[in-house]
Write a protein of this length. Structure first.
Length: 336
């Protein structure tokens, strides 16, 4: 009787073992059963590249006037602010005057002498020659008188000096006559041309400064922030305003590096935000970063490792939405 009871118990144990084994074979692996189908991440709303800028001045100066207000929509090329440029305008006007003078001088030199000037130079030359001829006659006559002992040496010396002076005047008159007839030298023209070039460069410099004192918008969008006010100092390192096209946005999601292998460009994404409970905004993964970085958005799940590196994933939303720049959102990416 005891043997039969023992055999029956053994048979029951073996049967239970087979049943348990068959059930384990039918159940999926534990890892597979608890592995989620989606990848969750935290993200922020950001403007598309090129549609979010901070406009600043290229030069340092005091802001004379702002032409935009925070929250205002502006067009591309709209006037944002003007720096105090009164001093630049005065210097520009002075430089433009110098250009006018340099042009007039160059034109005068390049045009050569007038007919009247050449005629006058010719008359001066002929008069100088006549004086030289007369001085030579007096000198010859006084040499004869000196040799005859009629006049002293001092009288002869005076006539020689008069001759040399008359000869020098002839040479001077001839040189002036020749210069007027031949026109200006190349060196003279080059000198006046260089003076004009320098004056024009000065005008260009002050025109550039004047242009840089006017700050304009490089994109169309909304002035989302003003950093300075009238009367404050602007410089290239300090932005005046931030401009963004708030209708050209995307989601920048931070995906744990351990999950990045499960998603790809083109996957569907769902975006939710606490500000709009119950609303799900559809989107598509458009870009996956090539490098891993540090987490910048605090995850909702306290169990997530804050030190784990993340990959930035850019998501394009399918339709117009009320999400604002900088808003925090929750993202679910559904791998195909």
């Amino acid at each position: 009787m005891k043997k039969a009871l023992i055999i029956a118990v053994l048979i029951l144990i073996v049967a239970a073992g087979f049943t348990l084994a068959s059930r384990k074979a039918e159940d999926p692996p534990l890892e597979e059963s608890i592995s989620p189908r989606h990848v969750s991440a935290e993200g922020k709303v950001e403007a598309l590249p090129g549609f979010d800028i901070r406009a600043s001045s290229e030069i340092t100066g005091k802001i004379d006037k702002f032409f935009v207000k925070e929250g205002e929509w502006i067009k591309k090329g709209a006037l944002i602010a003007r720096l105090d440029n009164k001093d630049v305008q005065a210097r520009l006007k002075e430089a433009e005057g110098e250009v006018a003078v340099a042009k007039a001088r160059l034109a005068e030199v390049a045009s050569g002498a007038r007919v009247e000037e050449i005629k006058k130079a010719e008359a001066n030359y002929q008069a100088a020659k006549a004086e030289l001829d007369l001085a030579k006659k007096h000198l010859d006559r006084n040499r004869q008188l000196y040799e005859q002992g009629i006049i002293p040496k001092a009288a002869l010396d005076e006539k020689e000096r008069n001759f040399f002076v008359a000869d020098a005047r002839v040479n001077e008159a001839l040189e002036e006559k020749t210069l007027l007839e031949n026109g200006p030298k190349k060196e003279t023209l080059k000198l006046y041309e260089d003076m004009l070039t320098k004056a024009e460069a000065t005008v260009g410099y002050y025109n550039e400064l004047l242009e840089k004192s006017i700050i304009k918008a490089h994109i169309a969008g909304k002035v989302i922030r003003k950093f300075l006010e009238d009367g404050e100092m602007a410089d290239p390192e300090s932005p005046l305003v931030a401009i963004a096209d708030i209708e050209r946005t995307r989601i920048n999601a931070e995906v744990d590096e351990t999950d990045i292998g499960r998603i790809k460009v083109g996957d569907t994404a769902e975006v939710t935000c606490d500000a709009y409970p119950g609303k799900v905004f559809k989107g598509t993964v458009r870009e996956i970063s090539d490098y891993a970085g540090h987490r910048k958005i605090k995850p909702n799940n306290a169990e997530k490792n804050m030190d784990m590196k993340i990959i930035q994933v850019k998501i394009e939303l399918s339709e117009k939405n009320p999400l604002r720049l900088g808003m925090s959102v929750d993202v679910i990416i559904l791998p195909d």
